[in-house]
Design a protein around this ligand. Structure first.
Ligand code: HEM
Length: 309
């Protein structure tokens, strides 16, 4: 927990803002399941002893999503898009990566996320957030601004297949000699990044992302390159709201291939808790307070939805 901020308190605040859909995720509720595989490179294996980078295909269960707890959020919403991956390693181990389509996050501490939920809670009188509360939140939480600016200035993608996804946090890659390297990773779409135009934002239907991914996968494999940015001494390791300086070494660590997608109901991704702290040997968390807080928060949401609450 972050000082006095507890995971159940934050999940309660998410419920206060978005309401509760029993049996469903409290955040990133609207999503699509997919499956595929990952093949790592020797360049990746040079930094991490994880079986992920053995060079052999590793089965993947994926989930693409819209951020927020509104199951009817339109696919044109200028909010985050998520890609969650569960890698099934050859030794039976699991590795998770649960990412967003923004290079930074909108909170350096759980407290900021909690205060954002409280500030955006709809006013019962209008059914909308109170603009004064949002203004006060922004003025008092500068750590929220970079991601908010990114989302305001970059329209959402035309398809989940045309988006990059960032791990955002810094992770430790540990090689066979136990040498640790700070890295940040992102998945870059081989289909290229494409965003909705301002006109398309107005004219697009509320639901197109799921069908676009299902159709795209029917036409052939959908691929992303996993790119590592190699950190150097002094690069922040515990603040997900700050990017690293330009010019850091880039390493292609592997290729993700999505082979098919389907609605989430009853599909494999539905009942997975994509807790980002599920890691195998060779990859370890940093002390990023947001990364560490996600695990208990996801557990609260997961327990509720498994209990059909
Ligand atoms: C204080 C920070 C955060 C809180 C409290 C939070 C909370 C949550 C919760 C409660 C869920 C639903 C879990 C479930 O029922 O399975 C969720 C899902 C998700 N979150 Fe977060 N989150 C935070 C930060 C982040 C960050 C930094 C990222 C990306 C780097 C992220 C990406 C996602 C994604 C992609 C999902 C959907 C996973 C899936 O498809 O099952 N979240 N989050």
């Amino acid at each position: 927990a972050d000082g006095e901020v507890a995971a159940d308190q934050v999940v309660a605040a998410i419920e206060g803002t978005f309401g509760v859909t029993p049996g469903e995720r409290r955040n990133h509720i609207k999503g699509t399941c997919a499956v595929g595989e990952f093949v790592g490179t020797t360049e990746g294996a040079a930094y991490s002893s994880s079986k992920l980078f053995s060079g052999k295909p590793v089965p993947v269960v994926a989930r693409f999503s819209l951020s927020g707890g509104n199951p009817k959020a339109p696919d044109t919403a200028k909010s985050g898009r998520g890609m969650a991956l569960q890698f099934k390693l050859p030794d039976g181990g699991l590795q998770h990566m649960t990412m967003l389509n923004t290079p930074i996050f909108g909170a350096a501490q759980p407290r900021t996320f909690l205060d954002l939920m409280i500030a955006t809670k709809p006013d019962p009188a209008t059914g909308k957030p109170d603009p004064e509360k949002i203004k006060a939140f922004k003025a008092s939480h500068p750590d929220n601004l970079a991601q908010a600016d990114f989302l305001a200035n970059n329209n959402p993608p035309t398809s989940y297949a045309n988006s990059a996804y960032w791990g955002i946090h810094t992770f430790k890659f540990i090689d066979r000699a136990k040498k640790t390297t700070p890295v940040r990773w992102r998945f870059v779409p081989q289909d290229g990044e494409k965003r909705l135009s301002d006109d398309e934002l107005k004219s697009s239907p509320p639901n197109f992302l799921e069908q676009a991914l299902i159709e795209r996968a029917k036409h052939g494999p959908v691929r992303w390159n996993m790119m590592l940015t190699i950190g150097v001494a002094g690069d922040t390791e515990d603040n997900p709201t700050v990017t690293w300086p330009e010019g850091r070494k880039q390493v292609n660590a592997g290729t993700l291939t999505i082979s098919s997608a389907s609605p989430q109901k009853g599909a494999e991704c539905e009942k997975i808790n994509f807790d980002p702290l599920v890691m195998a040997d060779g990859i370890a968390p940093t002390n990023d307070p947001i990364l560490l807080f996600r695990s208990p928060a996801y557990a609260v949401s997961f327990a509720k939805r498994l209990g059909e609450k």
